[in-house]
Design a binder for this molecule. Structure first.
Ligand code: FPP
Length: 310
């Protein structure tokens, strides 16, 4: 389906925000830390559970807006390892049942919206029954070519890095065995620098198949990352909104993208418009003797009066 075909499905208010966006600068990947379900419930004197229930209801609204604007990747932090370990068992099992109901209740809508379901995290640590439903939902939607919706479940970024390191080392050991030599011998031929670099680490993360997020949104006003995609968000733009997750809708996703489009991304370089930026990105090293001469004849005479003034 050509891009832009589904814009007509946006409600009028969302279309009005979309009209102000640059369609060529829609991010590739938006990741959302969905926070504030408990506070949403507390403000209404409701039980936390009802906040989660309302939070689960609004996931699909945001997913559908993402799919209508052809956002390629949407990742939602739905359940962290820390949630699993530190929340009461009753809350964890309620979240699991919400997840199951969400998947069962929305696979048809995912297919209608050309959305593909995937997951990241230590998903093997989730109840068997939930894993089966997850697998079913991803198989049912596997052929879709629109937005890839990734749910981070039993996810922790540090755990992901541990898993990636273990995976990488295991691959090296397996390769050495295949070659009939020790790991040490193999590393005599290909150095450690060649075998372990940033690209290798990225390839062993759960997100190896995805681009890094361009934009991370966090709801409920907390200014922290909470062990979410730490490696992948090195250069992401971060947008924090006070809105609580159960009040977040597609229009708020579009507003966050609008804010993103007003920013200048530098990736550690210089801002466009600076003279240095226009010179290109080659490091021009002046010869050491030239620098020494410059210090001696130009900089020191200027500094001398200042230095002797004391
Ligand atoms: C934070 O709220 C949110 C979570 C613990 C997980 C997010 C879960 C959902 C949105 C519902 C289920 C998800 C799916 C995909 C069906 P909080 O309890 O930390 O809120 P608080 O900080 O206000 O207490």
């Amino acid at each position: 389906m050509p891009k832009g075909t589904r814009l007509g499905e946006l409600p009028a208010d969302e279309l009005a925000v979309y009209a102000q966006l640059d369609p060529d600068r829609i991010p590739e990947h938006v990741a959302i830390i969905m926070d504030g379900n408990g506070r949403w419930a507390g403000k209404r004197a409701l039980k936390r559970f009802l906040g989660h229930q309302q939070g689960a209801e609004c996931v699909q609204f945001v997913v559908e807006t993402a799919s209508r604007i052809d956002l390629p990747w949407l990742t939602l932090y739905a359940f962290s390892i820390e949630n699993n370990l530190r929340r009461p068992k009753s809350e964890v099992s309620f979240l699991m049942s919400l997840l199951k109901n969400y998947l069962i209740g929305n696979v048809k809508r995912m297919n209608d919206n050309n959305v593909r379901m995937t997951y990241i995290g230590r998903t093997k640590g989730l109840p068997e029954e939930i894993q089966e439903t997850m697998q079913w939902a991803s198989e049912e939607t596997a052929k879709n070519t629109g937005t890839t919706l990734t749910l981070a479940l039993n996810y922790g970024s540090r755990a992901e890095m541990v898993d990636a390191t273990r995976g990488l080392v295991q691959k090296l050991i397996d390769e050495a065995h295949r070659r009939g030599c020790s790991l040490e011998d193999m590393l005599q031929v290909d150095s450690l620098e060649e075998r372990i670099d940033e690209a290798q680490i990225s390839e062993n993360l759960y997100t190896a198949h995805m681009p890094d997020p361009d934009l991370v949104i966090r709801t409920s006003g907390e200014q922290r990352i909470s062990n979410f995609l730490l490696w992948q968000i090195a250069y992401s733009e971060i947008f924090v909104t006070d809105r609580l997750w159960p009040d977040f809708r597609g229009i708020h996703l579009l507003e966050a993208i609008q804010n993103f489009q007003q920013r200048e991304r530098r990736f550690g370089g210089l801002g466009i418009g600076t003279d240095e930026h226009l010179e290109g990105n080659q490091i021009a090293l002046e010869p050491a003797d030239q620098v020494a001469e410059e210090i001696e004849h130009e900089l020191l005479p200027k500094a001398a009066p200042v230095l002797t003034r004391r």
